[in-house]
Design a protein around this ligand. Sequence first.
Ligand code: FAD
Length: 322
Amino acid sequence: MSGNTTSAVRRRTEEAGAGTVDAAVVGGGPAGLSAAVYLARYGREVLVFDTGHGRSTHHQVNHNYLGFPDGIATVDLRKLATEQLGRYPEARVVHHQITGIEGSAGDGFTLRAQGHSWRARTVLLATGVLDHFPHFPHWESYVGRSMFWCITCDGYENRGRSILVVGHTDAAAGEAMQLHSLTDRVRLLTNSRSDEISPEFRRRLDSAGIEVVHDRIQEAQGADGVLEAIVTRGGRRLALDALFSIQGATPETLLAGQLGVRLAESGYIAVDSEQKTSVAGVYAAGDVTALHSHQVTTAVHEGAQAASAANYFLYPPELKAD
Ligand SMILES: Cc1cc2nc3c(=O)[nH]c(=O)nc-3n(C[C@H](O)[C@H](O)[C@H](O)COP(=O)(O)OP(=O)(O)OC[C@H]3O[C@@H](n4cnc5c(N)ncnc54)[C@H](O)[C@@H]3O)c2cc1C
């Protein structure tokens, strides 16, 4: 790109702060950043809004993301992706929480945050989920270091170790059984007033020799992100190497709701194979689109797919074959 063209594009992008950009991406995790890189490379003006509170902002190291033999900390992956995006004058990251969104593909969309507003021709929702980790003093320092939620992500590194699964449902019982295939030192703590584990799963846990502790967390013992034990309200000290929290997650669908986007029965945003939602000009990508496959690989792929669909949508009719 020549210097003149670069500054023309930059000027266009800056002016777009007051005008209408091609795409607004809400969420600057792997899904949103992937979408933004693709959009910028299509020559689209794109704004990425991010508050930096998602799943990709904890301490975990991704060992299953291709191309990093020693693994890569997700925060470093975000940094690299942000740097990659920074090469494109068409893109800008805005550190604001979008609290309101309205409009349509015909009239354009308006996004609002703390007295500011922006206009965009298309919207990509990559807002992720909110995990329900157990809360105790400094719980956040343990997430991704010795407190996990996903066997696909962190099961391998915890083979043979002492694991406490926390949860009171069949999903928690199932995770305990699956982890038991990687280590024979698994216990389950319900951490709830209720216990919804079905008799069938209770039998399975029993025959696998997995103890179920019906109690709630009083405090955690450990330091520097390394858990040593959970002390229950009933006074038991459960020593552990790792805690797997299976207390669920809530998809961040507030903005989808404001736009009238259809949700699947699971509560996640319903999308087709190109990441289109039920509202024209609105796309979704990453953890917010499905109950399962919450992986960086999936988020990056879906972000790319959503960006390509939005870019195609933005072409004038004479450039489209259909
Ligand atoms: C402990 C842990 C270990 C993990 N290990 C692995 C692993 O080993 N391998 C793997 O592939 N995956 C792993 N994951 C999962 C992986 O991190 C997620 O699948 C991935 O981060 C999803 O990307 P995303 O972009 O959809 O969402 P997120 O990374 O959650 O990003 C969403 C972003 O949207 C922003 N946001 C939300 N709402 C708004 C708003 N209204 N306005 C502005 N910004 C907003 C948030 O601040 C956040 O930055 C792990 C997750 C955790 C928590």
